[in-house]
Design a protein around this ligand. Structure first.
Ligand code: ADP
Ligand code: ZN
Ligand code: ZN
Length: 702
């Protein structure tokens, strides 16, 4: 009697079948009145009670053409479900391509036949004439690869932008395939936007057919095809976003996590897993090497890779440093960082005169400039000076942003949009103004500021903007990026979207227009993110070796002497990390403690907080009285419930409660015990106002 799992059911269910089914076999089973996809989780149960057996429903169909999901995959899924406090079936089914849920066993058998035919027609999945022989590795690359070869890892490849990390991934993958031609390599990237570039490099090295992509931008049919290529073992390289960490890879031999610090590795809905952390777990569980790469590692990974010193045995990761940029003189190749004190500029200055002059100079030379402003739209708030009206969202505790392009007021939290009113809705004043600036306004004002400037050929300056608004349509981002690459843009304005990974050869100046916000944020990770963003942005300047000497990164700030900017000027990530880790150690924050959030959404803020506070109170009582939990409970600190920074979204009030512990195991035990408690409380009539609750383990935004 095999027991498949289903997403809405916490525990595996029991079904019967006339022949034993191997664990990991995909089946279709009745659930209520529907028929759903299931996975055989345990093999046959012994000595079924005949009375019970009569009630058990039979398996409807078996996907027997498909090899079973192996024990490694099942235990990865089981770990993810347990650690992130979600139902096993939910995590298991989310890891499978959605189309598998819709097709019948016969349809799947036909797909499989086609998939195998495709691979038979394809060139042998070996290495095509690779470009790798022609490139001589740098000393840093050689040292990194030698350590990867001889040590067990996990490795933190701390390599500057342009230091040749990707080449290291490619060579490590080659080595894995050289050892075993059936081997599979999993490569994770933070964003879909970045997959095409990396995909192209892996395809150029290993051949088109050997590389399968896995991300949410694919069609359902492509998703299934890629998943099958990985599961059947025909794909040598599986390259994808966070979801790919749960791919079925029967011959996994190496895991690479590029830009490992990136917050998008953390899933923000459903099972809130960290793909980076699961990658490390998976590597460990399967005895496979893991390479985490970044120019600005997460402080967790940095701390975990500290070398031994004194009494400290050091971290579990092995740090591999590649400080130099390819093609640059020793220690050089960095853009010069220039800080502009905005306190000395006239009030309301958008672009300080020296920065403007520098941009003009670059444009006149035919070079490109990149201006970063992390706020889209025209202005974050509209207001009426007469009565004090502001463009608040009626459904959220946030302001609606003014978008001039389509004269709309749009809420960036719930999406609520309206046309901009002609006059103040409260008092009728027709003179409503804008507070603050977004990328739209920056683009507009820059056009005015640069109106007289000419490019080398005498043509006017071409300004473009890239942000979530300009790239809404299919293929728009690619088209816009292609324009920048083709040199059809002189000044590019954008949000953090423009800082990630793009290899712009002609950018010689990067400027952060207004980066100060994150210096004083309530989120303790804000400085870490700002530093990474600015380092990454500065990495966009002077990619071309010819411009190494003249590239510049400008910062407009009211706090130009802030240590974060000083470390940035010195290109000193280790120095920045030391400062931050000292602060975190003193404040008892990760990586020195472990955190989890309990979150409740409710009709009112009071109801949300009451629910969480009631849970905490009951937990304190129950767990302290339970010998199995009393120790764990004593090691966990419960904070009072508080509203989220944006406390109301789409009419729902949101509250959270922080749990903190020096012991990950204690925190895990307490969270697991909280599950039945929270379910019970929710069912209680007193908490009828609660819409939903969730647990976020190792949250990235607190
Ligand atoms: P990263 O991933 O660290 O940003 P890349 O691997 O993309 O760096 O390398 C930056 C550039 O240098 C790329 O154009 C790459 O092809 C090139 N490159 C990498 N390694 C070498 C090498 N050993 N010799 C010459 N060029 C290299
Ligand atoms: Zn008014
Ligand atoms: Zn809203």
């Amino acid at each position: 009697m095999p027991t498949p799992a289903h997403s809405t059911v916490a525990e595996p269910l029991t079904y019967r079948h006339d022949a034993p089914l191997a664990a990991g076999t995909l089946v279709r089973v009745p659930l209520g009145r529907r028929e759903v996809l299931g996975i055989v989780w345990d093999g046959a149960l012994d000595a079924p009670d005949p009375a019970l057996a009569a009630q058990v429903r039979p398996v409807a169909a078996v996907f027997d053409a498909l090899p079973a999901l192996n024990a490694h995959w099942r235990s990865l899924v089981a770990f993810a479900a347990r650690y992130y406090q979600r139902a096993l079936g939910e995590v298991a089914l989310a890891a499978l391509p959605p189309q598998l849920r819709q097709i019948s066993a016969e349809q799947l058998a036909r797909r499989l036949k086609r998939a195998t035919r495709l691979t038979e027609d394809a060139p042998a999945p070996g290495r095509p004439p690779a470009a790798s022989e022609s490139v001589a590795l740098t000393g840093d690359q050689q040292r990194a690869l030698a350590e990867i070869e001889h040590e067990s890892g996990p490795f933190l490849l701390f390599g500057a932008t342009g230091s040749g990390k990707t080449e290291v991934y490619l060579r490590a993958a080659e080595a894995a395939l050289a050892r075993d031609p059936q081997a599979q390599v999993l490569v994770l990237v933070p964003e879909i936007n970045l997959t095409p570039q990396l995909l192209a490099r892996f395809q150029a090295r290993f051949g088109d057919h050997a590389v399968a992509a896995q991300h949410s931008g694919l069609t359902p049919a492509q998703r299934l095809q890629g998943w099958l290529a990985a599961h059947l073992g025909t794909a040598r390289i599986v390259l994808g976003t966070r979801m790919a960490v749960l791919a079925s890879l029967p011959r996994l031999a190496l895991v690479v996590v590029d830009e490992e610090h990136d917050a998008s590795y953390k899933q923000q809905e459903g099972a809130r897993y960290s793909a980076r952390d699961l990658a490390v777990y998976r590597g460990h569980a399967e005895g496979v090497k893991v390479i985490l790469g970044s120019a600005t590692p997460s402080l967790e990974s940095w701390h975990q890779s500290r070398p031994a010193s004194g009494d400290d045995p050091g971290g579990r990761y092995r740090r591999l440093a590649m400080p130099g940029r390819i093609g640059a003189a020793e220690g050089g190749g960095w853009p010069r960082v220039r800080r502009v004190d905005m306190g000395h500029q006239p009030k309301g200055t958008l672009i300080a005169p020296p920065l403007l002059a520098a941009i003009q100079e670059r444009v006149a030379r035919g070079e490109q400039a990149l201006l970063l402003l992390n706020r889209r739209g025209y202005a974050p708030v509209l207001y009426c000076a007469d009565c004090g009206w502001k463009s608040e969202c009626p459904h959220c505790s946030a302001y609606r942003v003014f978008h001039k392009v389509d004269r709309s007021l749009r809420c960036h939290h719930c999406g609520f949009a309206e046309r901009v009113p002609r006059a103040c809705p409260d008092c009728g004043n027709i003179d409503i103004g804008a507070i603050g600036r977004g990328t739209e306004q920056l683009e507009e004002q820059l056009a005015a500021l640069l109106a007289g400037v000419q490019r080398p050929g005498g043509e006017p300056v071409r300004i473009a903007r890239i942000d979530a608004d300009s790239t809404r349509g299919q293929g728009q981002l690619e088209a816009q990026l292609a324009q920048v690459h083709a040199g059809e843009v002189d000044v590019l304005v954008g949000t953090q979207m423009i800082t990630k990974g793009h290899d712009f050869r002609r950018v010689t100046l990067v400027a952060a227009v207004n980066p100060d916000g994150a210096l004083f944020s309530s989120d303790f990770r804000a400085p870490e993110r700002l530093f990474a963003l600015l380092m990454q942005a500065s990495g966009r300047a002077g990619r071309d070796a010819a411009s190494h000497g003249t590239a510049e990164m400008w910062l407009q700030s009211h706090h130009p002497d802030h240590p974060l900017y000083a470390m940035l000027k010195a290109h000193d990530y280790p120095g920045f990390a030391r400062l931050q880790l000292d602060e975190r150690a003193q404040a008892g924050l990760p990586p020195f403690t472990h955190l989890a959030l309990l979150r409740a959404d409710a009709r009112s803020q009071g109801a949300a907080q009451d629910f969480l506070n009631a849970a905490a109170q009951q937990a304190r009582q129950d767990f302290a009285a339970d010998p199995a939990l009393v120790g764990a409970q004593a090691a966990v600190r419960w904070y009072p419930a508080v509203p989220l920074p944006v406390q109301r979204v789409a009419g729902v009030e949101r509250a959270q409660m922080l749990l903190e512990s020096p012991s990950r195991a204690a925190l895990q035990r307490v969270l697991a015990a909280c599950q039945p408690l929270l379910h019970g409380l929710r069912a209680d009539g007193k908490h009828r106002g609660v819409v939903r609750w969730l647990v976020d383990v190792d949250p990235v935004a607190v």
